[in-house]
Design a protein around this ligand. Structure first.
Ligand SMILES: NC(=O)c1ccc[n+]([C@@H]2O[C@H](COP(=O)([O-])OP(=O)(O)OC[C@H]3O[C@@H](n4cnc5c(N)ncnc54)[C@H](O)[C@@H]3O)[C@@H](O)[C@H]2O)c1
Length: 409
């Protein structure tokens, strides 16, 4: 095996990619690389461009339930132009000192999320600084003052530093970016769909951030909080990797570096319903939620042996709670800001299992997932009926993505 690269990672037997990276043959005097990366064949529109040994990209939706026993090397799709920045990042020394997190959109959801993150000690959250941005300058300044007023008695330097930044500064400085901006949430009294209607206006805002990310050659995580969560994550992948004619160019953000954060609140809503009936212990240990931050989300009290009636009730609770808050005359944002982002981001960044919508066979699909340079679903044994429900849901969402023009021909 011929290795190329002098850093933490090395590519194996791929002189062409090594040349694109500017990596020469690995010097014999160097220790063994921490990561050995091997090229693989695959469709960059359907699968992650770089994958860790425990993830088999070609498995598609099967990856939700099947985890390979044998471990190979890390793999990558050699033909994709954008893969180079991911490989270069893998070769850099591991980050020390915590994450720098950017957050755009300081509204109800973004404001609550920022509050939780700003009030979590850096040694717990892993976040050393929060760089906030809002198009409304007064609102941005207000949040700088508010978040700057969060402190502990006699604490020094233990909470993340909060500063403001332009999108360009965020993408130059941060390792993770949260998109929580919206042109507007449908007001109280709106009947029916309140998320999908935000796709066109929010996608237009998102495009501005994707352009800034590209100018800054950003290779950090791109996390979507705004609605419709999964379709905006899909749009981030699609728009950043299309050429002027709408064809796949693969020069933008890798699909596994994009994710949606909206499943956390669905889990919290299911758990609250389970608690009311005394099922929460089973749910917490053996249950899970899957699918989109929408009325299509599904909950199972026990993924390996679900009770059909309980699972249906929990799914309903996850789907309907936001409408109940709206009926009471308020927009739901505290649970979302806390559970989808504030409490979810720290374990996610730490590489522990978290709930996120990650790239599974061409679309973003909510599932338990783990960060290992990119975000990948974590497999668990599941009953056949759970598997059938998830495969069916994935197929429906795939068809919807096509209908929305969010897949390449
Ligand atoms: N992921 C979840 O769990 C979850 C749950 C509930 C709601 N949401 C969604 O989160 C989004 C935000 O909701 P909200 O209630 O906070 O909205 P909001 O209207 O209170 O706030 C939106 C903020 O975005 C800012 N903004 C608009 N354009 C911007 C731009 N170009 N750059 C930077 N900032 C910009 C606005 O100034 C405003 O402060 C919505 O799409 C909502 O549907 C997500």
């Amino acid at each position: 095996m011929k290795l190329f690269g002098q850093g933490r990672a090395a590519v194996a037997d791929d002189a062409a990619t090594a040349e694109r990276l500017g990596w020469g043959p690995r010097r014999r005097s160097l220790p063994e690389p921490e990561l050995v990366l091997a090229p693989r064949q695959g469709d960059p529109r359907r699968e992650p461009w770089v994958a860790p040994p425990w993830y088999r990209p070609g498995l598609g939706v099967e990856a939700l339930r099947w985890r390979p026993r044998s471990r190979g090397p890390w793999t990558y799709l050699a033909g994709v132009p954008g893969v180079v920045s991911g490989l270069a990042r893998l070769a850099e020394p591991t980050r020390e000192g915590g994450w720098s997190v950017g957050l755009a959109g300081l509204g109800r959801v973004g404001g609550v999320a920022a509050t939780v993150l700003a009030a979590s000690p850096s040694r717990v959250s892993g976040i050393r600084e929060l760089v906030i941005h809002d198009v409304d300058a007064a609102n941005q300044q207000r949040w700088l003052l508010e978040l700057g007023s969060i402190a502990r008695w006699r604490g020094s330097g233990e909470l993340p530093l909060v500063r403001t930044g332009t999108p360009e500064e965020i993408f130059r400085r941060c390792d993770a970016f949260l998109f929580a901006a919206t042109r507007g949430v449908p007001p109280l009294g709106t009947s029916g769909e309140v998320r999908l209607v935000q796709l066109t206006p929010n996608r237009a805002i998102l495009r501005g951030f994707l352009a800034a990310a590209r100018r800054a050659a950003y290779s950090g995580l791109f996390l979507v909080v705004s609605d419709p969560v999964e379709w905006l994550a899909q749009a981030a992948f699609f728009d950043s990797n299309s050429d002027g004619e709408g064809r796949f160019a693969g020069e933008g953000i890798a699909p596994e570096r994009i994710a949606g954060l909206g499943l956390g609140v669905m889990w919290a809503r299911a758990l609250a319903a389970a608690r009311r009936r005394g099922w929460d212990e089973t749910l917490a240990r053996r249950g899970a939620v899957y699918g989109p931050h929408s009325t299509e989300v599904v909950a199972f009290d026990d993924v390996a042996a679900p009770d059909r009636d309980r699972s249906a009730r929990l799914s309903r609770a996850a789907r309907e709670c936001n409408f109940k808050v709206r009926e009471l005359g308020h927009l739901p944002y505290v649970g979302p800001g806390v559970s989808s982002v504030g409490l979810m981001l720290p374990p996610l960044l730490a590489g522990r299992e978290a709930l996120a919508s990650v790239f599974v066979d061409a679309i973003y699909f909510g599932a338990p997932a783990r960060l290992k340079e990119g975000l990948y679903p974590t497999a668990r044994p599941m009953a056949d009926e759970v598997w059938t429900a998830l495969a069916g849901l994935h197929a429906r969402l795939l068809a919807q993505a096509r209908g929305l023009g969010l897949l390449w021909a």
